[in-house]
Design a protein. Structure first.
Length: 403
């Protein structure tokens, strides 16, 4: 199949649809009868959906209403902005009528005898469609825009409408399965949270300070000026950014054994519970469990449990539940720090170790279900993206012609 033959299976968008800009805001007072009507702006046009949670209104001359009025099946696309907003779009379902669109949102009205809106919207969101937008956009620092003439010239796979509909149906079924798996994950997480809250925080439990049942300490950062502390290191060294409600089995940096010795650091064993004592944004208060032996920086607390009194997995789940409360222990701004002393003073309910382990088994069962769903979701999305790249491009049609 030659390049020219493949190109015959693309057509400029302008040959299959009408492309129009929207109403400009802040213009001259329209005068005469000018109704105030709702309009969609960039914030309303999300990737694959239209959000009408916050719809603004604009006053417009009555003679211009039909020019900018949206119809069911119109494909809306953003003109630009941040790179993730460029060419972002969805099909309008007519939930508000009349409704207009702003000039930073393109309206594409398909000739449905040759191009269906749902196919066009999916194609524009595909890898090939995104590559087109990024390739032709006018770019400045962190911003990109496209013009209506560029959009009109966009090459669109040209294939029978029946084929387009079948592709939309296949991908829609995968999208529905994606939603069901996400709903299952959300439901499992909610049940897990309520079970943990009831068992960990409910009832009249005997409270103990963390420092009485575990050793609490922190780490440090070897001098960056000492290359012999870093080059060729084989000791995992963990930063607070890697503490994110997880089991840590690998890390981004390693230090040498010489650094451990001369900087007075400790290599903590598997099962150590880590708590981020400070960090930007939401980092402070997050917990993790060590799945490897590792050293840590000074911004994290390492909690080594006395196994006769506390199962480290139980402690992890308790601290995870107490994330918001732990963040409030520090005083002042969002960057207020915790300390090893403050962490050691945290009070935890302490049932018997056997009861702790029973709870852990229950919560780990929920986590296992979530991980299985997440793995299934990742495979589904990988498959869907691969199908989108093939089915929504002219390659699939060209291959069929070649066969």
């Amino acid at each position: 199949m030659s390049i020219s033959a493949i190109q015959q299976h693309y057509r400029p968008l302008a040959e299959m649809a009408d492309v129009s800009g929207g109403v400009a805001l802040g213009g001259v007072n329209p005068g005469g009868f000018a109704p105030e009507l709702p309009y969609l702006r960039v914030a309303n046009v999300q990737d694959g959906r239209i959000s009408t949670d916050d719809v603004k209104t604009v006053r417009i001359a009555s003679t211009s209403v039909e020019r900018f009025r949206l119809r069911v099946g119109d494909v809306l696309l953003t003109e630009g902005g941040d790179f993730d907003k460029l060419g972002r779009g969805a099909v309008w379902d007519g939930r508000i009528d009349p409704c207009l669109h702003q000039n930073h949102v393109f309206r594409v009205r398909c000739d449905t005898s040759v191009l269906i809106p749902e196919f066009l919207s999916l194609y524009m969101a595909s890898r090939e469609g995104r590559s087109f937008f990024l390739g032709i956009a006018k770019q400045t620092t962190n911003l990109a825009t496209i013009s209506s003439s560029q959009l009109k010239a966009m090459p669109i796979p040209f294939m029978p409408v029946a084929v387009q509909r079948r592709i939309v149906e296949v991908l829609a079924s995968m999208t529905e399965l994606d939603r069901r798996i996400e709903a299952s994950i959300a439901k499992t997480r909610l049940i897990r949270k309520e079970v943990a809250r009831h068992v960990l925080l409910g009832g009249d439990r005997h409270l103990r300070k963390l420092r009485d049942v575990a050793a609490v300490s922190s780490g440090g950062t070897p001098s960056r000026a000492r290359r012999d502390f870093w080059d060729g290191g084989d000791v995992p060294w963990i930063r607070t950014g890697e503490i994110d409600f997880n089991v840590i089995t690998e890390t981004g940096e390693y230090i040498t054994r010489k650094a451990v010795h001369e900087a007075g650091l400790r290599v903590y064993p598997q099962g150590t519970v880590l708590l981020a004592m400070y960090g930007d944004g939401a980092t402070r208060g997050r917990v993790a469990s060590l799945g490897i032996h590792a050293a840590i920086n000074q911004a994290a607390a390492a909690i080594v449990c006395d196994p006769r009194q506390v199962d480290h997995r139980y402690l992890y789940y308790f601290l995870e539940m107490q994330y918001a409360e732990i963040r409030n222990i520090g005083q002042g701004s969002n960057r207020s720090n915790l300390s090893s002393a403050l962490v050691g003073a945290i009070e935890i309910p302490l049932p018997s170790v056997e009861e702790q382990r029973d709870l852990v088994i229950s919560l780990e069962s929920f986590d296992s279900d979530v991980q299985a769903d997440l793995a299934e979701l990742a495979k589904l999305r990988e498959l869907k993206h691969g199908l989108m790249d093939d089915l929504l491009s002219g390659r699939a049609m060209a291959s069929a012609v070649a066969a």
